[in-house]
Structure formats: C-alpha cells, structure tokens
Design a protein around this ligand. Sequence first.
Ligand code: FCB
Length: 443
Amino acid sequence: MTTAPMPAFPAGFRWGVATSAYQIEGGASADGRGPSIWDTFARTPGRIADGSSGDVACDHYHRHREDVTLLADLGVSAYRFSVAWPRVRPGGTGAANPAGLDFYERLVDDLLAAGIDPVATLYHWDLPQPLEDAGGWLNRDTAERFAEYADLVAARLGDRVKLWITFNEPFIHMSLGYGTGEHAPGHALLMDALPVAHHQLLGHGLAVAALRARGAGPVAITNHYSPVVPAGDTAADRAAQRAYHALHNRLFTDPLFGRGYPPGFESPVLRDGDLDVIAAPLDLLGVNYYNPTGIRAAPPDAPLPFEIVDLTGYPRTACDWPVVPDGLRTVLTWLHAEYGDALPPVQVTESGCAYDDEPDADGRVHDPERIAYLDGHLRAVRAALDAGVDITGYFVWSLLDNWEWAEGFDKRFGLVHVDYDTQARTPKSSYAWFRDLIAADRP
Ligand code: FCB
C-alpha cells in the first residue's frame, strides 16, 4: 500500500456502504414475510458450504437501529440496502404486506434522521418462491410482477429514497442461479439460461417506468463488471475472451443504452417493443467490481465456448479472488470509452473483500489487508476520474460481515465484525480507516 495521501474526490462525492436483505436481515418469518428462492436453496442439502441459511443472518431486522448508529458513526453519506420482495409481497402476486413495508419505512426514516441518503435496491436475488414455482426469470410474467412490486414500494417510499436501483448484478443471478446452479434457484441450464437475461432487463425497464410514474427517482441499475484477460496469445483464446466479455460485460449493458443485444447473444424471447422499454434513460449506472476474469478457449466439444482460468501472480482474498485494483479503473474507463455520451454518471455500488478477520486477545479486529484493498481501489477510482469518467460515489461491500450466499458464514466482507453467536458488532480497523478517510474528504 502506498503511503502517499489519498487524493481528493470531487465535491459532493457520495461515500457509502452496501448490504442486501437476505444476507443480513434474518427475521425470516417476522411480519408475514414469504419464502424466497434462497430459503428453499439454503434448505437443500449440499448447497451451502457450512449448511447454514439466512434465517437469522445478522438479525438486522431486529437490530437495524444499532446498525444505523454504526452507519452514522462511520460518517457515510449514503447506505445501499435491498428490499426483500417476499417481505413486501409475500406470494409474488396478490396482496401487499403492509407490515413488511413498515420495516423499510422505519429503516428509511431512521437513515434520514441520521443524515444518510437511503439507496434502495429492489432486487438482490431473493425471488418469492411462488414465482419460481411458476418459472422464475425464465417466465416473462415475472418481469410484470417485478414492476408491480416496484410500484408498491415506490408508493410507500418514493418520496424519501434518494436513489433507486432496480436490479443487483443480473449477470451473476443468471449465470450462477440459472446457468451453473451454484446459486438459487439452482438450475444448471448453461446457455439455455439466456431468457433470464431478457426477462430481468425487461423487468428493469418496466420498473423504471413504474418508479417514474410514482415520481420516484433517480433510477439506476447495478451491473457486475470484470475485465476479461485471455490466458494465452492465441486466436482461439482471444475469440474466447471476446465471447466471454460480451456475455459478462455487454449483455446487460448494450441493451440499456439502445444497442440491443451483442452479436451471438440475441435473445430467443425478444418481442417487439421490448428493447425500447429496456433502453429507458437511466439517471445513473451502478458498477460492482471485485476482480478480473481469466479466460481460455474450450475444447471443441465443450458445452460453452470458453473456460474460466485462475489469474496467477496476484495476492488473493479469502474467497481466492485475485486482488487487482487497476481492474476497477479498467472497467470504468472501458464503460466511458465504449458508451460515450450515452453513459450516465457512474457510482461504484460495491467494492470490497473477504479476509479471515477474528478478534485478537483484546477483542480488537485488525484487518490491514482490507485497508490496503480499499485504498488501492479508491486510487483506481481516482485514476478513472482523472481519465474523464464521471464517477459520483463509492460504496464499500459491506457494512457488516454477513451471510455470503453459497459460502455461508465463512467469508467475512464487513467493515464491522459480527459474532454470529451473540450478534455482537465490533468495528474493525478498516472501519476507523474509512471513517477517517470520509471525514478528511467531507470536512
Ligand atoms: C456480489 C454480490 C453481493 C456479495 C458480494 C461479495 O456479487 O452482489 O451480494 O455477495 O458479491
């Protein structure tokens, strides 16, 4: 880590942290919440590394006041959380659950009282199970149901949420949830998962219209981006690199900016008018970045035209992900160069890392690797700003250690350590570092 002082960020830059509902809330049966695909998946033997579920998670549902205090002490100007669709409309269709909306209203009002902008993600992967039973995102109707749910949330909170994010990482949801089966709902359809891309994007476009009809805004979507590095300098590896780049980085971005689907990924379920709905102007693009992806050509009879390979020569996090801060600059400058004037301002809506952080004998949690990770990634954001990209915020993933999907409780991403036996929260040294950085930037 360089010892040079962190350069300044533009005036009004939004400093935040991010979480998601299923990963922190618990309260699985509180207030009439219905089951989601993650409840079902976590109960299926062998799906979650440590056999755990998000039934209790960080018990944020009952402890949100304490967590808002942690946010206020951190000094963030924004908090990105997600709304659990099964809490707000338990069956996915039919009656809303006012008690579920009450919870988010309490959270939003507490954030506002603490001077923190509420940033709400409407879909962070927790589809109501009854909708999955009807086909999930393979079914076009799910897009319509999503827009109805967006309307319900906007009717209650449209006057107070400061930024709406329709979807979190639709690429990861499609590829791991429907392509490989590593995430809920656990389908391993490989390229037959492609309709999931179109139905999420359609749901996004319909939700943008629903939000705006309620006067709610600004509106964004958050995508996962990864620079794609060919394993070797062969024509076959370069072709595989291009194919994977189109799938990972362009499939969910080209249509947003009016270009339709990238060649080779035309949607089998596209209908007239859909692309116009999807290309509704956005106020902002959310960028999540963790690491680059190494790709090589697959053997001729393989089911996919590419294979993912390890990128060697970098330090690695506890998830075994390579630490490559400059990859964040790469994706930000690529978006700017590729989409030009069509690209709205960008906020980095997730950036962070897992390490095996445990309290020392004095009960303190030291996480110098996380501080170095965040320092490097913020310098990469600064470099992208200097290259002319309009970046207006940065959110650390995550406020708290939490339930990391198929990895269960084993991977700790928080600025705050959570003891899952007692639910005690202990700010790590990275929390103090980020607090000081924000304070220096917002004197
Ligand atoms: C992202 C997800 C988030 C968390 C981080 C580590 O892909 O959006 O929920 O799992 O990875």
